[in-house]
Design a protein. Structure first.
Length: 317
């Protein structure tokens, strides 16, 4: 069995490739610049991945990838950092929506000409698609209204719409996810938990306060390894044409999360809210319901929030 992972050199892409290899899959990794020089994928496993370098907006690159006739396609490529997405809307839409559209169109064309090829396609969306909801609506099921509050979230809603249309129109075996916050070793320091760990380590050295943005928002966190486990479970046991939340179903206030990081790091410095770190748009609460995912696959998260924090601290030391 062969899996194609787009965005394979990225944070989640490397964790996904590693898990697939461990499960006995042959992996083709699509990456803008080819073999990653760093990250969580071991040197041995990097050597086991068939890397194909290039921009997925290039027809030649797309053709080379699909010539492998993968049994599963995990589409992870995209702009994942919300502020970066808003800073370049045209570029973000070309990547988050445009690449998905090209990929789905080419798969449909090839599948129509090759009756023996019918891959499962996992399209990765975001819990940000839900936007703002009332307190009594949480945890949010997949049937909750989509109210994207940012450009990033809007591109994910559009990507999902294209994927579900491809299933309905062309019969593609498309499964969509809405992944809530996740973290772990290898995630960029621009994201919340790695940035808190970095600032906690600096505070332990300098004794200065730990700067933080909005402490009052509530988020739902998983360890990246549990997210990847959910993705692979869905490839095997998910229902095409369906959408699944990938989440813990447990919310934590960001101020409390920061306190957990400081305690784990042995730091007594106070938190200091820095307006410069606050986002222009920050949905107050995002907590998902994972009952549909559990029922379909038997998946359950293995790692706790304290495990995420400790793994990040260990990786940074």
């Amino acid at each position: 069995m062969r899996a194609l992972v787009t965005g394979a050199a990225g944070f989640v892409g490397q964790w996904t490739s590693q898990a697939l290899l461990r499960d006995g899959w042959a992996v083709t990794g699509a990456a803008l610049e080819g073999i990653p020089s760093s990250g969580t994928l071991s040197a041995d496993n990097r050597a086991r991945v068939e890397w194909i370098a290039g921009d997925l907006r290039d027809d030649t690159v797309l053709e080379r990838l699909l010539d492998r006739r993968p049994d599963a396609i995990l589409h992870l490529a995209g702009i994942a950092f919300q502020p970066a997405a808003g800073a370049d809307e045209a570029g973000t839409r070309a990547i988050n929506v445009g690449i998905a559209a090209r990929l789905l169109t080419e798969i449909a064309r090839r599948r129509a000409a090759d009756a023996g090829w019918d891959p499962t396609i996992l399209v990765i969306g975001s819990g940000e698609e839900y936007g703002r909801h009332e307190a009594d609506e949480f945890p949010l099921p997949e049937t909750a209204a989509l109210r994207p509050a940012t450009f990033y979230a809007a591109t994910k809603v559009e990507q999902e719409r294209l994927a579900l249309e491809a299933h309905a129109r062309d019969g593609l075996r498309v499964i969509c996810t809405r992944a809530f916050n996740h973290s772990g070793p290898g995630q960029a320091a621009s994201f919340l938990l790695p940035s808190l760990v970095q600032r906690a380590r600096e505070a332990r050295r300098t004794g200065q306060p730990v700067r933080i943005g909005n402490t009052d928002v509530t988020r739902d966190f998983l360890h990246v390894s549990d997210v990847v486990s959910a993705y692979i479970s869905l490839v095997s046991r998910g229902q095409p044409g369906e959408v699944y939340n990938v989440c813990s179903a447990v919310g934590v206030r960001v101020g409390d999360l920061a306190a957990e990081v400081l305690a784990a790091a042995g730091v007594r410095s106070p938190l200091e809210v820095d307006p410069a770190l606050q986002r222009a748009v920050d949905v107050p609460v995002l907590v998902g319901d994972n009952a549909k995912l559990r029922a379909a696959t038997g998946w359950t998260p293995v790692k706790s929030r304290s495990d995420i924090i400790q793994d990040l601290l260990d990786a940074a030391s």
